[in-house]
Write a protein that binds this ligand. Structure first.
Ligand SMILES: *Cc1c(COP(=O)(O)O)cnc(C)c1O
Length: 387
């Protein structure tokens, strides 16, 4: 990986040490061009006309995302963000009284809220599978819970937003398949930074976003739903794109993942997200993963040399998300001090931590991407030294 080339392909690198890739990464030049060009075309010849002219590029989005995650194009839906993509799958599951939903302690807060809503409305039960001491989901505990029966859904994060963890999702997938239980994977923080292959993982549904490690435009995301189950899931919302109106009084829901979409969409974003997916696939997800994990480890090593700094990350080989506290310094003040020096980090607030809420303090989150370099890391360390 030629980091200098990748940086010159990323205009934002000239302005900031961007360590907020888990929030929104800096897009590369081809993504910027694709989005700008399409918006210009819309403003020049009209939005519908631009979509017709660029129909092949819009269609290419499905092929590009499918290639990146090892899926088929008809298993991909374009959705405006990961939360809504996840919702479209989750709320399509026909839960009944007493159905068990298994999740983990690091679950994303929005997902957790949805579990509780369905628990209240349908009488489903939400259960948190215990962690291993290293923070990953306990596969033994998961297997024991699956064996008890009554589990309708296993639903978890691949990479939580706040603690560096990488869950063993392929092992979870194997257990779910062995017990014939649906597996919904939130891959919002993993697509674009790790190799994420739906066939290898064995998930039935998977959601992700455009703007994070995938480096796509904001306001974009996607949902994957396995071909074999798509027709068992009735989306919570349907429109004239997701279903066909059969006069006088019936409708047919689309047989593929398009059933989870709406007709109106951010078309420039769809083209841009396809370009971002190609960009990641062309670089190679294995190479990206090695670079990101290596850089994150370098940052953890550097932080360990700074007095009073505690790295909070969990798991045997943590992700590109580095979280830490500095004794005597409020994380929000550190974020502001960093911003003043054009170093971008964010604060992982307990409110996003789901079930970890009481256990975890607010922490600084510095999330690296392959285009970051050692100088970016050193600039963060210089901020800490200046406190
Ligand atoms: C950011 C995030 C989401 C939500 O993604 P949006 O695109 O903002 O809807 C979901 N899950 C995890 C783990 C996240 O980090």
């Amino acid at each position: 990986m030629n980091v200098d080339d990748l940086r010159s392909d990323t205009p934002g690198c000239a302005n900031v040490a961007h360590l907020n890739n888990a929030g929104a990464a800096l897009p590369p030049r081809p993504v910027i061009d694709a989005v700008q060009n399409h918006f210009m075309l819309e403003s020049t010849i009209g939005g519908y006309e631009a979509a017709e002219e660029k129909a092949a590029d819009l269609q290419h989005f499905y092929d590009a995302v499918a290639r990146l995650i090892g899926a088929h194009a008809d298993e991909i839906a374009y959705v405006e963000n990961a939360t809504r993509a996840w919702d479209m799958a989750f709320y399509a599951i026909p839960f009944a009284e007493g159905d068990r939903i298994l999740t983990t302690s690091g679950e994303y807060a929005s997902n957790t809220i949805a579990y509780w809503q369905v628990a209240a409305a349908k009488g489903a039960k939400v259960e948190v599978v215990p962690d291993e001491p290293d923070g990953t989901i306990s596969l033994d505990a998961l297997e024991a819970e699956l064996a008890k029966g009554g589990v309708r859904l296993v639903s978890l994060n691949h990479v939580p937003t706040h603690n560096g963890l990488v869950n063993p999702v392929a092992e979870v997938g194997r257990l779910c398949r062995a017990h014939g239980v649906l597996f919904l994977l939130d891959a919002c923080q993993s697509v674009g930074q790790l190799t994420v292959d739906v066939t290898e993982i064995g998930c039935d549904m998977m959601s992700s976003t455009g703007r994070k490690f995938l480096r796509g435009p904001r306001g974009t995301g996607f949902l994957y739903v396995r071909r074999e189950i798509v027709q068992t899931l009735e989306p919570p919302f349907l429109d004239l794109h997701a279903a066909d109106w059969k006069t006088p009084d019936g409708y047919d829901v689309r047989p593929d993942a398009i059933r989870f979409e709406t007709w109106e969409r951010y078309t420039a974003g769809q083209i841009g997200l396809g370009v971002a997916a190609d960009y990641a696939a062309d670089l190679g997800t294995a190479a990206i993963q090695e670079r990101v994990k290596g850089l994150a480890q370098n940052l953890r090593d550097k932080l360990a040399t700074h007095p009073g700094t505690t790295v909070l990350d969990k798991g045997p080989r943590p992700s590109g998300i580095v979280t830490f506290t500095v004794d005597g310094h409020d994380p929000y003040a550190i974020k502001e001090a960093a911003r003043a020096r054009d170093v971008n980090v964010t604060v992982a607030h307990p409110i996003a931590h789901g079930y970890d809420v009481r256990a975890a303090p607010s922490a600084i989150r510095a999330s690296v991407h392959y285009y970051n370099n050692e100088d970016d890391l050193d600039r963060l360390l210089a901020v800490l030294a200046s406190l």
